[in-house]
Design a protein around this ligand. Structure first.
Ligand code: NOJ
Length: 540
């Protein structure tokens, strides 16, 4: 087994983790200072959202130089120290690679837009205005839309053509049909692999190739009347376009030049398409499985999906699960604080690599941010929808203690986003010393996962307990204790029959979401309180 299979990945949003120089933005030295905390979580790898030079229009997902560190975060020397200190603690470090687009300040784009015959012109996707009357800037090349709202084409008056972007207009998309572009990006990967990074999370990997003929996308037959323009079309010419798997394979081949490196791809696709990105064990080590974010929080829906996903995995395809990230509302807000522990118990006991989002281990919630204080370009471009699409609420500073700015930044600093109102009570320091805290509950789960082969590599079987709201599954490994996980995703007490699973005398409660768990077990029946989850050891 590889480290990225048995281990736990922890996502850090560097701007919000720890500021060391009072500029209100987190940085690499801040992360170094928190490595011992990370180690205490029994996680195995940290993934850093982008830390490269960038005008920060999309907070680093607009890269102006793939081979350096943004001064806000520090220097290459700081980065080398971070790698060394991370490895000293037997942790891995994964960087965010953003190959689909650059910043419009990247030298390639500066050159590309300078003239139509610049050698880098076709590094990007340039198109003439469509034929017709009217000013050229109104004659869009086709109907493609951006994920952030608005047309996917921006007119450049200097050369009289449009360039293509599926995100912000400052994120022009690279042309992977140009023979020099992929080799250049692969070299960017080698730059960091040579510096010791253990892998990449690859941004929007399934979008990297676009239709060669730039055809209009057809209407989406499933779009409701209120759908955004982006959702009203079916993205058959901008997503998972034929040829994409060849690009992914070439990226994977670079990782395979090194020992024990990995790549996890950001891919929002239905499961049967998602799993094609494993390739023949020659594409992504893991395509991110986001269904715990997208599915309704219902026992049957999740149980059915676990079975469906497991069945869809190709031979050698290792599963993975995600509850939250910097693009999604926080899990404790989505499913309620009452369910936050149940959610972590689910994530940390499923079969496959869990990716945790910073702050979820203390139950951090979305921080309401009024439109006037919005920073996120996706929200600013869609003012009517900013509560749905705005991503600032889940990106607020980590809550370390009850001092000013929650210990995230020095008192004189102004944090780049506001702190949660509840940070005085909900913070690492307060929870650290409290055996009943969410933080120590999380640590108990991660420690158990690490210690038990049934949990970190064993088989999974979803058990139909025939009770609404309860999701149950068993984890097993030959010759070792197994585990039964029973999660009440609702607020009402439920009794489940355990006879089908094991003899009650052979069981003991390993971890509960409550400090006073229901006692096992009366005549084979387990009573679960509302919002209660249990990990039950099945003695070997
Ligand atoms: C996905 C990233 O997770 C998101 O934060 C970003 O805005 C887009 N890709 C564009 O890079």
């Amino acid at each position: 087994m590889h480290w990225w299979q048995t281990g736990i990945i922890y996502q850090i949003y560097p701007r919000s983790f720890q500021d060391s120089n009072a500029d209100g933005v987190g940085d690499l030295k801040g992360i170094i200072g928190r490595l011992d905390y990370l180690k205490s979580l029994h996680i195995d790898a940290i993934w850093l959202s982008p830390i490269f030079p960038s005008p920060m229009r999309d907070f680093g997902y607009d890269v102006a130089d793939y081979c350096d560190i943004h001064p806000l975060f520090g220097t290459l020397a700081d980065f080398d120290r971070l790698v060394a200190e991370t490895h000293d603690r037997d942790l891995k470090i994964i960087l965010d690679l953003v190959p689909n687009h650059t910043s419009d300040e990247h030298p390639w784009f500066v050159e590309s837009r300078s003239s139509r015959d610049n050698p880098k012109r076709d590094y990007y996707l340039w198109r003439d205005p469509a034929p017709g009357d009217g000013p050229p800037e109104t004659r869009l090349p086709n109907n493609w839309q951006t994920h952030f709202g608005g047309d996917a084409w921006t007119y450049d008056a200097h050369t009289g053509q449009f360039y293509m972007h599926q995100f912000h207009s400052s994120q022009p998309e690279l042309n992977y049909r140009h023979p020099e572009v992929l080799p250049a990006m692969l070299d960017n990967m080698r730059f960091w692999l040579d510096r010791g990074v253990d892998g990449f999370r690859v941004d929007v990997i399934w979008l990297m190739l676009k239709d060669e003929q730039f055809r209009d996308e057809p209407p989406n037959p499933h779009a409701g009347p209120d759908a955004r323009p982006f959702d009203r079309i079916d993205h058959i010419y901008t997503a998972s376009v034929e040829g994409i798997h060849d690009i992914v394979r070439q990226m994977r081949a670079v990782l395979d030049e090194y020992d024990e490196r990995m790549m996890v791809g950001e891919i929002y696709l239905p499961v049967e398409q998602l799993v094609t990105y494993y390739g023949d064990s020659d594409e992504c080590h893991m395509p991110f499985n986001f269904q715990l974010i997208l599915l309704p929080w219902e026992a049957r829906a999740i149980g059915d999906y676990i079975r469906q996903y497991e069945a869809a995995l190709p031979p050698g395809g290792w599963p993975n699960w995600v509850l939250g990230n910097h693009d999604q509302h926080r899990i404790a807000t989505r499913v309620s604080q009452a369910q936050a522990r149940v959610a972590q118990m689910l994530l940390l006991t499923l079969r496959g690599t869990p990716t945790c989002y910073y702050g979820d281990e203390i139950g951090m919630e979305d921080v309401p941010i009024p439109f006037e204080q919005c920073m996120d370009p996706a929200a600013l471009q869609q003012p009517d929808l900013f509560e749905v699409w705005g991503r600032d609420p889940e990106r607020t500073p980590m809550q370390w203690d009850d001092s000013p700015h929650a210990g995230f930044a020095a008192p004189e600093a102004t944090p780049w986003l506001p702190l949660a109102a509840d940070y005085g009570a909900r913070n690492v320091a307060a929870q650290d010393g409290d055996p009943a805290s969410m933080l120590n509950f999380y640590r108990a789960l991660t420690a158990l996962r690490r210690a038990e082969p049934a949990l970190n590599r064993g088989a999974i079987e979803v058990i139909d307990v025939g009770v609404d709201d309860v999701l149950a599954y068993r984890r097993t490994w030959p010759g070792r204790d197994g585990f039964l996980i029973a999660l009440n995703l609702g607020g009402r007490s439920m009794g489940i029959n355990l006879r089908a699973v094991a003899q009650t005398s052979d069981m003991e409660i390993a971890i509960s979401t409550t400090t006073t768990p229901n006692k096992l077990v009366d005549a084979g029946t387990l009573a679960l309180d509302g919002n209660e989850g249990l990990v039950i050891r099945l003695l070997a």
